[in-house]
Structure formats: C-alpha cells, structure tokens
Write a protein that binds this ligand. Structure first.
Ligand SMILES: C[S@@+](CC[C@H](N)C(=O)[O-])C[C@H]1O[C@@H](n2cnc3c(N)ncnc32)[C@H](O)[C@@H]1O
Length: 207
C-alpha cells in the first residue's frame, strides 16, 4: 500500500487503540520547563501529547495524516473537556506549509514507512518556531525489530545529525538537549528489546 493516508488509516483501524494513551516522556520532561503558550504537535496520532499539553495550559494545534487517529484524539479530548484547546488538523506533512508560528513545535516519533520526506518535514517544522520558541524532535535512533519500515537495519540520525539536517541558521539557534537515551521496551507480541531514542531540543533565539 503506497498511499500514506491509506497506510496510516488502516494501521490505526487494526486496533481500537494503538498507543498507550500516555504522553511521550521526553515531551513531558522538556516541556515542563517552558511557559505554556502555543504548541504544534506534528504527527499527533491518537493525541496523548496534545492532550497533555492542553491540560498543562498550552493552546495546541495537532496535525496528522490519519483521520482515524484524529477522530480518536478529538473524541478523547472532548471527553476530557479540552475540545476548545486543541485544533485537530488533517494534513499530509509532506505537502504542508505552516501559516503561523508556535512557541513549541514537537515531533515525537514522526517516522513513516511510506513515502515520507522526514528531513524536509523537520526543516519546515523549524520554520514554524516563533522567536524564543522551542523545537523538540524525538525519534528512534534505530528502528525496533518489529518495525514495518522497509529498511529497519538502516541507522537513523543521531541528535547532532538531526540538528545538521535542520539547516538552522548559525547564531540564531541554540541546542539545549541532544541525547541518545536507551530504554527497555516490550513489542506488540511480547518481545523484549532495548531501543535507543534520539532527543533533540533547540531554541530559536529571540533576535
Ligand atoms: C509512529 S507514529 C507517532 C505518533 C505519536 N506522535 C506518538 O508518539 O505516539 C507516526 C504518526 O505520524 C503520522 N504521519 C505519518 N506520515 C504522515 C504525513 N505524511 N503527514 C502527517 N502525519 C503523518 C501517522 O499517522 C502517525 O500518527
């Protein structure tokens, strides 16, 4: 299946809930020290991060390609009384141009096995950060053994490489976090693995 929208809709339809419902731990850790203003969550999936941000005072725009995921996310937010604090938008990020600037732009595990120009999307994301704002890119440094990615053995960029790929203008950005933490995880069929994540937080300086 080549069409990314169809791929992700059918991925989400396989189960009534795919992700844990908990926010990503590095989002929670990194956003905790920021003043809650406007946030953009790219590839928001079932919405746990956007919901956590809204619960902590952020005004959130959350984008995903999958209407199935967005429907679940919006229903969950509405049940929590947060409907007015999150603007759920369906876009293909490969063809999306931001029309506003945000104090926090977050991309959490924004990986896709189908036709996804991740570097370009992240560069566009950097362009959506307001002066003084933060870009947080968290992802895999290596795909899990059960990944559906067509080339799971290909290593993914480490945080410093992600920073290079963003093409940030010298003197206008500061790297605040660049880490490769490891964690133990359990796969969909109960398999154990140790995964390494890539955590990059950069701040756009206020000039
Ligand atoms: C691995 S999931 C991560 C979801 C969520 N950020 C999380 O950490 O639980 C990747 C998400 O990116 C979305 N996605 C993939 N390709 C996309 C695209 N071209 N445009 C927008 N969203 C996309 C998928 O639908 C999926 O929800």
């Amino acid at each position: 299946m080549d069409n990314p929208e169809d791929f992700w809709d059918s991925f989400y339809r396989e189960r009534s809930q795919v992700w844990s419902g908990e926010p990503n731990k590095f989002l929670v850790r990194e956003a905790a020290s920021l003043a809650p203003r406007s946030a953009l969550d790219l590839g928001c999936g079932e919405g746990a991060d956007a919901i956590w941000l809204a619960q902590h005072g952020w005004s959130v725009t959350a984008i995903d390609i999958s209407a199935v995921a967005l429907g679940r996310a919006a229903a969950h937010a509405a049940a929590l009384g947060l409907a007015g604090r999150i603007d759920w938008q369906q876009h293909d990020l490969a063809a999306w141009t931001p029309t506003a600037a945000y104090d926090l732009v977050s991309a959490q595990f924004l990986h896709s096995p189908v036709d996804f120009p991740r570097e370009e999307v992240l560069r566009t994301a950097a362009g959506a950060v307001a002066p003084g704002g933060t870009l947080l890119v968290v992802g895999h440094e290596a795909f899990p053994p059960w990944s559906r990615h067509p080339a799971p053995e290909v290593p993914l960029p480490r945080p410093a490489e992600v920073a290079d790929q963003l093409g940030l203008a010298a003197g206008h950005w500061q790297v605040e976090t660049a880490e490769s933490p490891a964690r133990e995880v359990t796969g969909p069929d109960g398999q154990s693995a140790v995964l390494t994540d890539s955590v990059l937080r950069v701040r756009r300086l206020d000039h």
